[in-house]
Write a new protein. Sequence first.
Length: 141
Amino acid sequence: MVQKLTLPNDIETIPQMSEFVEMACEEAGFDISTTMSLNLAIEEAVVNVMSYAYPEGERGYVDIEVSAENGGITFRIIDSGKPFDPTSQGEVDTTLSAEQRSIGGLGIHLVRSIMDSVTYQRDADMNILTLQKLLPKDSEL
């Protein structure tokens, strides 16, 4: 079963998103530590959409769909903003100092490090970022 939350591109709504993610993770059987990490990854992706997908001052929306199946959880973050594939960003060299690294890329690095799968597609003028996390083998119901 897919659950869906639609939010305006307003970071003031992030607490709603966090509650939605926490409920979905709890229902899927994730422990609190993993749930907090997943919430961080989803928040990073959603805040980026809210901040950059739409021109300054333009009202837009972001849909967050979640489904729990096959021993894991899948989040789809969907918006109709300008096309942007965060997965096309190269890996960040975290061995370099902050001064030596180029600006940007840490958000997708964080998301990649938390999630088991991160994919992007552009379909019918929609950005669709799909994030998947599997339950640890000893946690499956």
